[in-house]
Structure formats: C-alpha cells, structure tokens
Design a protein around this ligand. Structure first.
Ligand code: HEM
Length: 146
C-alpha cells in the first residue's frame, strides 16, 4: 500500500509543506514568538526529513529526544498550538496537499504531534527521557512500535 509519505509527494512534497508552514508561522503574531530566539539554518529541510521518516519514508538521522527537548518545558501553550495547527491547514492548501485523503491524514498527524507528542513534557520540571523514537503515523493513525 502507498505510504502517507508517498501520497504527500515524498521529500519534495513535504519540503513544500514544511516551507509553507514555516512561512505561515513566522507571519503569525503568537507562533512566531517561539522562533524569535533563532533556529537551524536548514530548519525547513530538517522538518521535512522528520515528517518523511514519521510518515513512512527514509530515516532522517534526527534524534527524537533532542527534538522533544527543544519543544519542552515552556508551560502550557494551547493558543500557540491551535494557531500552529491553523497555519498547517493553510500550508496544506499552499503546498497543494489539502485534497482527501492525504490532507486529512496530514492534518491529524500534525494536530496530534503538536498537542500530544511534542507537548507531553511541557511542564518546566519535566525531564524528557533519553532514547525516544520518532513516532510513526499511517493512514489509520499512530503506529505502535512493533
Ligand atoms: C506549536 C507548534 C510548534 C512550534 C511553535 C515549534 C517550534 C520550533 C522551533 C522554535 C524550532 C527550532 C528550535 C531550535 O533550532 O533551537 C523547532 C524545530 C523543530 N521542530 Fe518544531 N515546533 C512546533 C511543532 C512541531 C511539530 C508538531 C513537529 C513534528 C511533527 C516539529 C518538529 C520539529 C523539528 C524536526 C525541528 C528541527 C530540529 C532540528 O533542527 O534538529 N515541531 N520547532
């Protein structure tokens, strides 16, 4: 069966999507705040590589614990999460990936990652454990590691 990665246009499609999302969040008065301290010069490519791995594509070489740590310890930020997800929905349109069924799966993956996965250690006192694995997502949602 075609993976979500393939249906999203592989690395090329996901790079378009990551670039569109990043442009949208930098223009958002709330979400842009998170990026005001700077970010990797290859942010878009690294984000696309991470999504590719999560959605059934090649390994990204990125470390889940490091990435979750980058997104942790800032306290609850529900409004920022909601706005980041709204930016993602617009980015799906920008990147030509909003059509069913792939648009819905990408939305569900991103909303879950933002609210539940990247956000699960949001309390300042939380310790993010070493050795986390990049969660994988398919047409029917989160894949439990086999
Ligand atoms: C509210 C939503 C989000 C915000 C505000 C946000 C913010 C950020 C920021 C500021 C960075 C740069 C950190 C740095 O370079 O020091 C970053 C990097 C990154 N984020 Fe997010 N993020 C969000 C959601 C997500 C989600 C849902 C995913 C994955 C599904 C994700 C994956 C990544 C990856 C892979 C990197 C690159 C790490 C690297 O360069 O090594 N982010 N994010």
């Amino acid at each position: 069966m075609t993976s979500v990665y393939e249906a999203a246009g592989r690395l090329e499609g996901l790079t378009r999507l990551a670039g569109a999302w990043h442009e949208r969040v930098l223009a958002d008065p709330v979400v842009s705040h998170a990026f005001s301290h700077g970010y990797h010069p290859d942010h878009t490519a690294r984000l696309a590589a991470y999504w590719a791995e999560a959605l059934g594509g090649p390994a990204s070489g990125l470390d889940e614990t490091t990435i979750v740590r980058m997104h942790s310890g800032n306290g609850p930020h529900d409004e920022m999460n909601d706005r980041a997800i709204a930016c993602f929905d617009r980015a799906l349109d920008d990147a030509g990936l909003a059509a069913e069924p792939v648009g819905r799966v990408l939305h569900d993956y991103f909303a879950w990652s933002t609210r539940d996965s990247m956000n699960r250690y949001h309390r300042p006192e939380d310790d993010v454990p070493a050795g986390l694995r990049i969660p994988h997502w398919s047409w029917d949602g989160l894949q439990q590691p086999g």
